[in-house]
Design a protein around this ligand. Sequence first.
Ligand code: EPU
Length: 365
Amino acid sequence: MASTMLHTSLRCVNKTAGRIDHMRIQTDVSLKPFNSFGVDAHGKYFVVLKSEDEVSVFFQSEEYHALQLANRPTLLLGGGSNLLFTKDFDGLVVKNEITGVRVLEENEEAVLVEVGGGGMWHDFVVTCIEHEWGGVENLSLIPGTVGAAPVQNIGAYGVELKDVFHSLRGWDMVKQCFVEFNKEECLFGYRSSIFKTKYKNNLLITSVVFKLSNHHHKLSLDYGAIENQLIEASITQPTIKDVSTAVIQIRKSKLPDPKEIGNAGSFFKNPVVDASQLAEIKRHFPDLSAHASGAGFKIAAAWLIEQAGWKGYREGDVGCHAKQALVLVNYGGASGNGILQLSKKIQDSVYSMFGIMLEPEVNIL
Ligand code: EPU
C-alpha cells in the first residue's frame, strides 16, 4: 500500500482576509475546561488552531515570534487527559482542533485512514466500529485526542496504538515546517515514543494515519476481563462492536468518568523489575502477579498502591480511586499541587514497602 498522504480536505485559510477569531491570541485563559483533572490553572496566552494552514500561518506569524523572543514556552495541548498543572502556565497554550477522517486507500483486507490530530480519540473509535474497520475496539473510551495518542502510545486490554499505527504528520516547531514519521521513526515503547523524548513539545501532530482491518478482523480477546465480560453477555462469536461494548463496560465499572470526577487515568506507569527483585518481593508477598516484559517483569502498580493502603484514600478533594488504585482523583476543588503531594506520598510509601520507585505516567507541569 502506498503511504502518500494528501491533505486537500483540510480547510484553507484566506491569508489576506485577516485573522479568524479563534486564531487570535487570548490572554489569561482558564485551563480548567482543558484538563481532565479539572484543575484551575491559567494559561498566559492561548490560541486555537483548526487546520494545517492555520498551523503554518500561526507559527510563522510575528505574534508567535514575538512570544518566542520573549522566551515564553509553548505548550501543545491535546485533550489534556494526561496532564497535571501544578501552577499557571506562563507561556503560550496551543489547542489543536484539527478534525476529520479520510480514507486514503482501501482493499478487501485493509484500510488506510487519515485522522485529524485534534479530534477526540473515542469519536474515531466509534467511526471505525460504524464502518467495520477493526483494530482500535480494545482502545474504546480512552480520553484524549487522536494526536495525543501516539505521544504516549496509548494502550489497553492487550492492544497498543502502535499495533494499528501507520504514520503521522506534524508541524516541527524547530525546523518550522511539516514533517512525517513512519512507525519505526516513532520509537514506540510502553507508554512512550520519540514525542516524549527527543521531540517533546516540538511537534504539533496534525494528522495520524492508521492501518485497520476491513470487515475481516483478528480480535484481541486474551485479556481476562474482556473474555469474562463476553461470557457474561453470552457472546460466543464477538464482533468488533461487541468487543468495544465489553471494553466500555469494563472501563465504566472501574475508571471514573473525568466529566464527573477529575482524573487523568493511570497516574503512574506499571514498573518493570528484574528477576532477583521480583523473587525478593515475592518472598514477602507471594500473591504478587507479574508478567514478562522485555528483559524484566512488569508488576501492577495498582496492586502495589493497594497493598500500601492507599486505595479509596481521600484527603479533602484529593484522592486515590476506590475501584482502581492507579487513578488519582480530584473530587472538585483540588489543586494540582495537592494532587502532586498525594502522588509523592504514594511513591514514598510504595518505595519503603517494596523498594520500587513508581514513575508518573502523567505529564506534570
Ligand atoms: N489491581 C489491584 N488493585 C487495583 C486495581 C488493579 O491490585 O486497585 C490489580 C488487578 O488485580 C490486576 C492488575 O492490578 O491484576 C492490573 O489491573 P488492570 O487490568 O486494571 O490494569 P492496570 O495495569 O492497572 C493498565 C493501564 C490502563 C489500562 C489497563 C487495561 C498502565 C499504566 N495502565 O492498567 O491504562 O486501561 O491496563 O489494559 O499501563 C491509562 O494509561 O491511563 C490507563 C487507564
